[in-house]
Design a protein around this ligand. Structure first.
Ligand code: HPA
Ligand code: ZN
Length: 331
């Protein structure tokens, strides 16, 4: 079954570029630039940037990104990272991937211009498109909802500025806007204006919701931001009215089974509502979230569905097709 799922052309709609950097590349870039790391041994570094098991909450899940950010040193490094992310998608037969990233998170540590981050990613994706013409990568700008001038104690771009940045790159591969980062205390309603600007200009709208907070966060993302896709959304099951809202509006949940267990969005894999949501007619897609941090491939996530949730090959085919329909950037 592994070989069948591997060979199937798949789409990943929820993959963070920051969470997709190869450990060996973090080591390489940092060693090259003289950036100190606890170790430059890729296997030892993997133990730091990959979670070994379930953590307390999303905040703890995000700790590896403190190390990962050390490799966003310059535009060239970022281009390499983006290129390799597409190469890794290609190696897993992911023929369409939406890479999401937080430009301000990738820029802040080395005080890069936001345009250096954007241009580096565009360059990496364009190089990969020439090398792997069967693999298409698009970009989603993810505003870090919990990072701001107040929380970071340094000059920081506003959500509106980030929305405009996303629009500036709509002709170079940006197809959507997202909010990510710690969800509790940072509800969707804080981001109405940036999402309106992007929605009115035709960008796709998704938002992390119902991962670390409850169903009200999913309702807010749909009703206040106009989200047609929801990052994770697994906690909708706590409110049948929100399950019905998602189903009736045809909003796609971007489920990431392994990540959902690691972040404790669900208590265990056994209690993951993927089968329940599917059977209830809620539109779902299957994704990786952070291939490095979660140590997964998209093939592996589909394998879980078959082996642990009894999805048939026909049902898997339907889910793969659903991801193609839900994509923001397929021409
Ligand atoms: N949720 C919120 N922020 C993130 C995630 C996630 O799953 N992965 C990387 N940043
Ligand atoms: Zn995510």
């Amino acid at each position: 079954m592994h070989d069948h799922l591997l060979s199937l052309p798949k789409s990943d709609l929820h993959r963070h570029l920051e969470g997709a950097v190869r450990p060996a590349t973090i080591a390489d870039i940092c060693r090259d630039r003289g950036v100190p790391l606890p170790t430059y041994d890729p296997d030892e570094l993997a133990k730091i940037v990959q979670l070994s098991g379930q953590v307390a909450d999303l905040g703890e899940f995000l700790i590896p990104f403190r190390t990962i950010k050390m490799c966003f040193t310059d535009r060239e490094a970022i281009a390499r990272i983006a290129f390799e992310a597409v190469e890794d998608a290609h190696l897993d037969n992911v023929s369409y991937v939406e890479l999401r990233f937080s430009p301000e998170f990738m820029a802040f540590y080395y005080k890069l211009a936001l345009t250096d981050v954007m241009d580096g990613i565009v360059e990496g994706i364009e190089t990969a498109a020439r090398r792997y013409p069967g693999t298409t990568a698009k970009m989603i700008v993810s505003i870090s909802r919990d990072l701001s001038e107040e929380t970071m104690r340094m000059p920081w771009p506003t959500p509106i500025e980030l929305a405009r940045l996303a629009l500036d790159y709509a002709d170079r591969g940006v197809v959507g806007l997202d909010i990510a980062g710690r969800e509790r205390g940072y509800p969707p309603e804080l981001f109405i204006d940036p999402f309106r600007i992007c929605r009115e200009a035709g960008l796709g709208i998704t938002a992390h919701a119902g991962e670390d907070a409850g169903p009200e966060s999913v309702r807010g993302a749909i009703e206040s931001l106009g989200a047609t896709r929801i990052g994770h959304g697994v906690r909708v099951v706590r409110d049948p009215e929100v399950v019905a809202l998602v189903r009736d509006r045809g909003v796609y949940l971007e489920l990431c089974p392994t990540s959902n267990v690691l972040t404790r969005a669900v208590e265990s894999l056994e209690s993951h509502p993927v089968r329940y949501l599917y059977d209830a007619g809620v539109p779902i897609t299957i994704n990786t979230d952070d291939p490095t941090v979660c140590n997964v491939t998209l093939t592996h996530e589909y394998e879980l569905l078959m082996e642990r949730f009894g999805f048939t090959p026909g049902e898997i085919g339907g889910l793969v097709a659903a991801s193609e329909v839900a994509a923001f950037g397929r021409d």
